[in-house]
Design a binder for this molecule. Structure first.
Ligand SMILES: [Zn+2]
Length: 144
């Protein structure tokens, strides 16, 4: 019996609308499914990547290991979206943000249940895996 080689399209499950289905970091989706948001760290030089990368642009090594985005970072900027790209209209309004973890920054979306008046620059935020309707996955920022 020969097993048909299947295309690894796990990234189709990422986000409200996935813009890419095949990447070198598809394990990211499996980790999200397990409730973990993961980045990668270069074993060669220690560079830390989020979004995860399979190849280090600094030392050109492809020896990277996964690590979990844990603890809290600091909200350094955010923006409330009143208009969104095609496919995201039903999510409006929502806030996109950058949370600084020191060695790396995470770009993402603030959890919809946080009222806008509670959002303060400098506040501690956690990055958590999130399940969307239809089996899609993403991650959001919640209060730390
Ligand atoms: Zn490196």
């Amino acid at each position: 019996m020969s097993k048909k080689k299947e295309k690894d399209e796990r990234f189709k499950r990422f986000g409200t609308v996935s813009f890419t289905s095949v990447t070198k970091v598809n394990d990211f989706i499996d980790y999200l499914d397990q409730g973990k948001v993961m980045g990668t760290r270069c074993s060669g030089c220690g560079m830390v990547f989020f979004p995860p990368r399979a190849d280090c642009y600094k030392c050109l090594s492809s020896d990277v290991e996964w690590f979990e985005i844990e603890g809290t970072g600091k909200l350094i900027t955010y923006s409330k979206l009143e208009y969104a790209p095609v496919g995201f209209e039903d999510d409006l309004p929502y806030c996109i943000a950058v949370v600084d973890y020191g060695d790396y920054k995470v770009f993402g979306r603030i959890a919809g249940e946080i009222p806008e008046e509670d959002i303060q620059l400098g506040m501690a935020m956690k990055t958590v895996a999130n399940k969307l309707p239809g089996g899609q996955l993403n991650y959001v920022f919640t209060k730390g």
